[in-house]
Design a protein around this ligand. Sequence first.
Ligand SMILES: [Zn+2]
Length: 212
Amino acid sequence: MNQIASTIPASASVSVPRPSQEEAEEAVRTLLRLAGEDPDREGLRDTPARVVRSYKELFAGYDVDPVNLLERTFEEVEGYDEIVLLRDIRIESHCEHHMVPIIGRCHIAYLPRSRVVGISKLARVADAYAKRLQIQERLTVQIADTIDQVLQPRGVGVVIEAGHQCMSTRGVHKPGVSMVTSRMTGCFRDDPTTRRELLNMIASRAPGTLDA
Ligand SMILES: [Zn+2]
């Protein structure tokens, strides 16, 4: 299992010391001044503390080890040899270039060899990597490769469709554009029929099921 640690960033991938609460709040006050605000204005008095609290939530993934999450929970199951697909997992991440939201959907599939996990664990792996500063390509690869290396299935397919607010609310201002990334390993990469089956499963949703 040491190989896993060497190829996949697990928990806090950065060993830079974190600032104190006071330092973090002061940084927010600085940004408020940068925006043209008075940080001492009544309505903003509690904002630095709130922002620091929300950062802990938005970037909670640095404290989660996705490898550990899967290693603790898989079950050995013989006999199921069809695709397992978890579709339309909501993804909330932040782009590492502008620190603004990336919002989208992630589809995670694997073809088990002997190990399966509860589907909520797959969503938690996605969250563990999403709740960090990301680029969508790396997020896709990290989710797929973690599942691949821990469960060692016949193949993993991860597809993410997401909108980037750094593109919709600033910069080129192009709302409604989604970026699609995918990572296929094993049979999903090597066998066109299996890949096609997966992509059909992702695409074929009955109307109305998305928000069920
Ligand atoms: Zn960006």
